[in-house]
Design a protein around this ligand. Sequence first.
Ligand code: ATP
Ligand code: MG
Length: 570
Amino acid sequence: MASSNEPAAAPAPAGAPLDFIREIVAADRAAGGTVVTRFPPEPNGYLHIGHAKAICVDFGVAEEYGGRCNLRFDDTNPVKEDVEYVDSIKADVHWLGFDWAGREFYASDYYERLYEDAEGLIRRGVAYVDSHSADEIRAHRGTLTEPGTDSPYRTRGVDENLDLFRRMRAAEFPDGAHVLRAKIDMASPNINLRDPVLYRIRHAEHHRTGTAWCIYPMYDYAHPLSDAYEGVTHSLCTLEYEAHRPLYDWVVREARSAHTPRQIEFARLNLNYTVVSKRKLLQLVAQHHVAGWDDPRMPTISGLRRRGYTPESIRDFCARIGVAKKENVIDIGLLEACIREDLNVRAPRAMAVLRPLKVVLTNYPEGQSETLAVVNNPEDASAGTRDVAFSRELYIERDDFMEDPPKKFFRLAPGREVRLRNAYLVTCHEVVKDAAGAVVELRCTYDPATRGGDAPDGRKVKATLHWVSAAHAVDGEVRVYDRLFTAEQPESAAEKTGGTFLDLLNPDSLDVRTGCKLEAMLGDVPAGTRYQFERLGYFAADPDTRAGAPVFNRTVSLKDTWAKVAARDS
Ligand code: ATP
Ligand code: MG
């Protein structure tokens, strides 16, 4: 049976108190006008969980206040950007459950208009061409405690500036020969206002505009004007842009924009045991520390999707962390709790044995089998039941047996009776070993009077084990993941030791289990189908899965079994 359990839309949390952004937007909205926001990724990498927070804020706020949210690619850096990233970003935003309704924009679409506005700044005497090198500009910028010094080119006349700027565009100069700078204040306590560079020469091909341009606008110039051109009312971004806001406002004002968008900053999402920086994620991919951007260990949207996360669980996570002004680090356990909670009600149960140990029921007739009706999801009566085959030869989890158990081990051991989930009580009588002394088989008996798992005489057992019928099970591969990093905060931990975050990669983050024995129905399910494997966690079929050769990823362990499973796995 191939059951695809695709998610239904979850409602937004209602009745929650307004965060500071929604308070501002609500007040502005009350004063009239339509709310327009934008999500402005730079197409230089795949989206990660931090972007999910921004997407939920940008699209969420627009949706809640009857406005609209544009998807705008901030593609002003020709050398790092690529259409592969554009496509992945669109797919990820859609998958998360948001839609820009055709309002897909590119900063590069505005190059002509941005250029004209730059000429306007020159004509009004608030921008000039500086012929210093990047190093010289840096050297003159001053420090946090010392003012910068004016460039000798700062006093160039309007005509000369216009002429040079036009020739910059006309490809008359090599990279770095000139830049266009805003003429603001070299003594400003805010370094961003010390005559920031607005345009630089870069003889590079752009993924959308090709070789049409050899000068490219800087983010601090292109972003506010792109917002203004689109009539964005609330330009929501992360805290690192707070010190850029005076420049944002300066650009909008000096360009004589008809619209004056308002920039509002909120704290980035930081997650422990994770890095959320595209640059660092790119490093992991490029240096093959992971299999790709969608490696299930990656905190990318595509990695989380492949791992088995639902869009609802990620949106729920974003709603729970909320938006605030203060930086903090969120426990990755919260993200895991969100997916567990979602899958608990949504994922049908199945049985899978990751480290098989054969059990032969000596009193069960050879060649016989029976089917047991098993509840698909105790949390969802509408999920119904399925037939599971039971027979003389079974597999149980190797870790569920100990020949010489310590006091607190309640599972199977010689002479002990346990319950096989949904089936029968069984008792172990004999342990078969190979020449090297390793346990290869258990010989047990079952009690035919306990069908369904309960003894009519009321006797109790201390453990219930999952199992599969050997003749009916399908062989599969299961990939079990652990944290990608061993340190809670890989970046700051690496700084302290003088190393890099790569030194803190967890060498055991991927554990590929082959030769797993899976319940027959798992043998042919579409990629992305999610299950709870009883007692083991939540799992999703990987894109590598094939009919008859299933491959599953462990999305997350079951609640409060993390420590136990980890200990048993070691
Ligand atoms: P990175 O540091 O990962 O490269 P970025 O800010 O450079 O991120 P952009 O593509 O410019 O990446 O980001 C698009 C939007 O997502 C921006 O508005 C940015 O503020 C927001 N964003 C990026 N990272 C986070 C994060 N960790 N938490 C919340 N929002 C984020
Ligand atoms: Mg950025």
